[in-house]
Design a protein around this ligand. Structure first.
Ligand code: NAD
Length: 234
C-alpha cells in the first residue's frame, strides 16, 4: 500500500486545512513565489505568518490517523507516504523520513532561493527575535524562504520521481484527507489507478476523483482508519 495524504489528515491534530469548511483559503489569499521575490513587504508578512504557524505546527502531535498509518508501516505493509503536508507529522508518528515524500516541502526548515543552504526553521526564527525583517542567507546573501513550496514555485524533481515510483509500484493506493484539486500532486492517485492499484479515498467531502475510486468513504479519518488498519494487520 501507498498512502497519499493531504491537510485533512492533520485537522484532528488542530492544524486547519486549506479547503475544508474551516479552511485557511476561506480567510486569506495565497501568496505566489513571484510576489514573495518582488516585494519586501510581502516577505515581511510571510515571515510574521510563519512565526505564528510554525508555533502551531511545531507543537502539534500526530493523531489517530497518523498513528494508524505508522502502524501499517511497522507491519511491513506500507511502501511509503506521499504527502502534500508540510507539518512533519507522518515522521513524528513513526514513519521513517526516507519513506515520506513531502511534495510541498516542510515548514520545519528554511531554504535559500539562490544556493543549497538549508537550516531548521527554529534556528532562523530564534535569530530573528521580534523582528519580521526578511533574513538573508548566511552563505550567499540570497533570499531565505520557508521550506514549503509556494504557489508558482516548481516542485522538487527528485520528490516527483520518488512519488511517481511509489505510485506505480503499489497494489493499493489510499488517499487520506485531500480535496484532490491541487495539481500536479493530484495526478499521483490517477497514476496509481492506471498502473493497476485499487484506489481508496477517505475524505469528509466529495473529491473530483471519487468516480475513479474503487471505494470512497466520506467520514473522518480518525474514526474510520484505526479500526480498518487494526483489523488488516492483526
Ligand atoms: P485541502 O485543504 O485542499 O483539503 C483537505 C480535505 O480534507 C478537505 O476536502 C476536507 O473536507 C478534508 N478533511 C478535513 N478534515 C478531515 C478529517 N478529519 N477526515 C477526513 N477528511 C477531512 O488540502 P490538500 O488536498 O492537502 O491540498 C492543499 C494544500 O494544503 C497542500 O498543498 C498542503 O501543502 C497544504 N496544507 C497543509 C497543511 C498541513 O501540513 N497540515 C495544512 C494546511 C494546508
Amino acid at each position: 500500500m501507498v498512502v497519499f495524504s493531504g491537510a485533512g489528515i492533520s485537522t484532528e491534530s488542530g492544524i486547519p486545512d486549506f479547503r475544508g469548511p474551516d479552511g485557511i483559503w476561506k480567510k486569506i489569499r495565497p501568496t505566489t513565489i513571484q510576489e514573495y521575490i518582488a516585494s519586501k513587504e510581502v516577505r515581511q508578512r510571510q515571515w510574521a505568518g510563519k512565526k505564528a504557524s510554525y508555533k502551531q505546527m511545531h507543537s502539534a502531535e500526530p493523531n489517530k490517523g497518523h498513528l494508524a498509518v505508522a502502524k501499517f508501516y511497522r507491519a511491513g505493509r506500507l511502501l511509503g507516504v506521499v504527502t502534500q503536508n508540510i507539518d512533519g507529522l507522518h515522521q513524528s508518528s513513526g514513519v521513517p523520513p526516507e519513506a515520506v515524500v513531502e511534495l510541498h516541502g516542510s515548514t520545519l526548515f528554511v531554504k535559500c532561493l539562490s544556493c543549497r543552504y538549508r537550516e531548521n526553521a527554529s534556528v532562523i526564527l530564534d535569530q530573528m527575535g521580534e523582528s519580521n525583517d526578511p533574513p538573508d542567507c548566511p552563505q550567499c546573501g540570497g533570499m531565505l524562504k520557508s521550506g514549503t513550496i509556494s504557489f508558482g514555485e516548481n516542485l522538487d524533481p527528485l520528490d516527483l520521481d520518488r512519488a511517481e515510483e511509489l505510485s506505480n509500484t503499489c497494489d493499493l493506493y489510499l488517499v487520506l484527507g485531500s480535496s484532490l484539486v491541487v495539481s500536479p500532486a493530484n495526478m499521483f492517485p490517477v497514476m496509481a489507478k492506471k498502473a493497476g492499484a485499487k484506489l481508496i479515498i477517505i475524505n469528509n467531502e466529495p473529491t473530483p476523483l471519487d468516480e475513479l475510486a474503487d471505494l470512497v468513504i466520506h467520514e473522518a479519518i480518525g474514526e474510520v482508519l484505526p479500526p480498518a488498519i487494526h483489523s488488516a494487520v492483526s
